[in-house]
Design a protein around this ligand. Structure first.
Ligand SMILES: NC(=O)c1ccc[n+]([C@@H]2O[C@H](COP(=O)([O-])OP(=O)(O)OC[C@H]3O[C@@H](n4cnc5c(N)ncnc54)[C@H](O)[C@@H]3O)[C@@H](O)[C@H]2O)c1
Length: 383
């Protein structure tokens, strides 16, 4: 049995469908507390692609032959609820995706910074301790942390570990948490706890450092509008690629923060979901293993130009406008990142390119242009 936390989310729902199809003889149970739906509403925005209720999603999945999915509504910061779920299902694999995943949201005020870290870190601790306390040490625990834990060092970022040479000796150490937001730091805290739990109890832990995920869906979400996943485009929950595409379709300039020349790691939603579903097949390695879940390195400026060109080719005029950068970041940092372990173990096929991904997004999102126009003020931060 496979447990997916964050099953109602942007990545979690397409992952449920993919797992359901790839492992038809195994039950796939999703858990969520629908927080993402509430947070987006709270900041005055909407998912541009309408999302069905969970009941409707499960009904539609069944109609399309995916009948091994179940869902439990629960808040995973509740330790008793986590124990009940683990005890009932005794999963062989947990894919832990649940999180408050927005850096800008975690920066609105101290209360939300606190909420983000408490929510994310408590869930991770509850799940790890639940495995220990219920004797589930053979469960493979997989979490999507983030490439944002690495910060922006001036050397090629390895997959999780650094060889450190000192005058008195050398060692292989976990990469230090160099995050630049309260949300990203919550994932650095998880990284430390994941590695600790694996060292203490011999748990098999796979940490996928997920990069910026872009796209509108997967093969499964395209089967039926009721199977669609959410698409956020606002200042707080819209990641850069998704927000830029929404901006051109709204007739709004593509807002480039500052110079925007720093390289950022990215991956399409299709490749992110595919590689997570494959991670289920990794053998029990009884260690703490890290993969950099990324396939593309591009700067926001390159991204904006690629979107502008694709948009003009499909007859939609677009302009790029530089605006003051609301973030504290090096606007020219040329990030380099190792991902060979990830590609060889979890994504053997040819990854989706940025150009392909963007063309697909503009095509899929065109029918929702009126939503982007209606919520055009949401591209900006709340006053
Ligand atoms: N999307 C990206 O670009 C990206 C990049 C790097 C890392 N990640 C990580 O990947 C994971 C999935 O991201 P996403 O974009 O699908 O986010 P998402 O917000 O769409 O999905 C996360 C889900 O977790 C649920 N959740 C949060 N707290 C919960 C709680 N206490 N109890 C139960 N459910 C809870 C939310 O309701 C939401 O549906 C997250 O861990 C995120 O940090 C995402």
């Amino acid at each position: 049995m496979i447990l997916v936390t964050g099953a109602d989310g942007y990545m979690g729902w397409p992952l449920m469908l993919k797992l359901g199809r790839m492992y038809p003889d195994e039950r796939v149970v999703g858990v969520d507390h629908f927080g993402r739906r509430r947070w987006v509403q709270e900041i005055g925005s909407v998912s541009a692609i309408p999302v069905s209720s969970m009941d409707e999603r499960l009904r539609a999945a069944k109609e399309h032959g995916i009948s091994n999915l179940s869902f439990v509504e629960a808040d995973l910061t509740d330790r008793d609820a986590v124990h009940r779920i683990l005890q009932t299902f005794r999963p062989r694999v947990i894919l832990h995706l649940a999180a408050q995943p927005s850096a800008p949201y975690s920066h609105i005020n101290g209360k939300l910074a606190d909420y983000t870290q408490e929510n994310n870190n408590r869930m991770c601790r509850n799940l790890l301790w639940g495995l220990k306390e219920l004797g589930l040490e053979n469960t493979h625990f997989i979490e999507t942390t983030t490439t944002g834990t690495y910060g922006a060092p001036n050397f090629t970022i390895p997959e999780g570990f650094l060889k450190v040479e000192t005058p008195t000796g050398s060692d292989i150490l976990p990469f230090p948490g160099m995050a630049t937001s309260w949300y990203h730091m919550s994932k650095c805290n998880d990284v430390n706890n994941l590695s600790l739990a694996s060292r203490l109890w011999g748990l098999t832990v796979t940490d996928l450092r997920t990069s910026i995920v872009f796209g509108t869906g997967t093969e499964e979400t395209a089967l039926d509008p009721r199977l669609a996943t959410r698409f956020d485009f606002d200042f707080y929950f819209g990641v850069v690629t998704n927000r830029f595409c929404a901006q051109v379709l709204a007739g709004h300039p593509i807002t480039l923060y500052g110079r925007g020349e720093q390289k950022k790691p990215m991956i399409s939603l299709r490749d992110a979901v595919e590689s997570l579903a494959r991670a289920v097949e990794l053998p029990l390695h009884r260690s703490y293993r890290v993969y950099n879940q990324m396939t593309i390195l591009a700067s926001p400026k390159e991204l904006a130009e690629t979107i502008r060109t694709a948009s003009e080719q499909s007859g939609i005029p677009a302009i790029v406008q530089s605006v003051p950068n609301p973030r504290k970041e090096n606007e020219v940092h040329q990030m380099k990142m190792e991902n060979s372990g990830f590609l060889s173990d979890l994504l053997p096929g040819k990854p989706v390119t940025l150009e392909e991904g963007i063309r697909e997004m503009l095509r899929d999102l065109k029918p929702f242009s009126h939503i982007f126009r209606e919520y055009i003020d949401r591209f900006m931060a709340r006053e």
